[in-house]
Design a protein around this ligand. Structure first.
Ligand code: FPP
Length: 243
């Protein structure tokens, strides 16, 4: 396929930089998270317009509980506000929402709002938005192993394909493109299993500033990459074929 036209099926995003974005404006961190929700909605729409089928975002990590209590409760409150403000729009725009993560620790109100987002969008198919909430890549591997054991999978029959069926993202192809905003260059326990062959793009843009321009830059970067999945490069394949 012409690499210039290559669009990833699945884009994963670590939406980092909300706090610094707010700090630069002498505003509380929560203001950055609030603007981050607008950036998320903008980005999902832009992804759908470009034919991307899956977007998975890191909204709340297993480690985020260690943040100050007011920031944690602010983020939980933001879930409620986001669902009431954007759910009708998402239903209308064909966005199917799924939540991935351990919801056993979140409050009944927040869980109910997340359930409602999943339930009301379950017939949508234009784009799949997965929101990782109280999620960690290591948690995912452990919970998948537990489920496999409970399902009676034997140690000898356990292989990668079998374990994948128990992973939280078992409904989606692995991410082709993994974007992290905010200038940090690490994966931070997001989709550890699924991102094994993802193309990584790190952007200095703070998440609330992310939009179509930054998405297109990341997509252009992705289109230039030679995805090898452990094989030789396509240039080498051509040389071998000609020889
Ligand atoms: C990282 O920025 C961002 C988060 C921990 C939260 C991301 C959440 C959102 C964008 C809102 C989406 C939420 C819902 C309700 C779906 P940071 O706070 O670590 O920023 P910093 O590195 O500049 O401090």
């Amino acid at each position: 396929m012409d690499s210039a036209n290559r669009i990833p099926r699945h884009v994963a995003i670590v939406m980092d930089g909300n706090g610094r974005w707010a700090k630069k404006r002498f505003m509380p961190r929560f203001f950055g998270h609030k603007q981050g929700v607008d950036a998320l909605m903008r980005t999902v729409r832009a992804c759908a317009d470009r034919g991307i089928e899956y977007v998975t975002v890191f909204a709340f990590s297993s480690e985020n509980w260690k943040r100050p209590t007011e920031e944690v409760s602010g983020l939980m409150g933001l879930v409620l506000v986001t669902v009431s403000k954007y759910l009708t729009k998402m239903v209308g725009e064909g966005v199917r929402v799924r939540i991935v993560g351990d919801l056993s620790q979140v409050s009944d109100r927040v869980r109910a709002a997340l359930d409602e987002a999943e339930r009301s969008t379950r017939h949508n198919s234009r784009i799949n938005l997965s929101v990782a909430f109280n999620y960690g890549g290591r948690w995912d591997v452990v919970q998948a192993c537990r489920q496999a054991i409970e399902a009676g999978v034997s140690a000898t029959s356990l292989d990668e394909a079998t374990l994948s069926r128990f992973m939280a993202m078992n409904f989606a192809p692995d991410p082709d493109l993994f974007i992290r905003t905010g200038g940090e260059v690490r994966i931070s326990n997001f989709l550890l299993w699924q991102a094994a062959y993802s193309e990584l793009v790190f952007s200095d843009c703070l998440w609330p500033d992310f939009g179509e321009k930054q998405l297109d830059e990341a997509l252009a970067d992705y289109a230039r990459r030679d995805r090898r999945f452990g094989l030789v490069s396509s240039a080498d394949q051509l040389l071998t074929a000609k020889a």
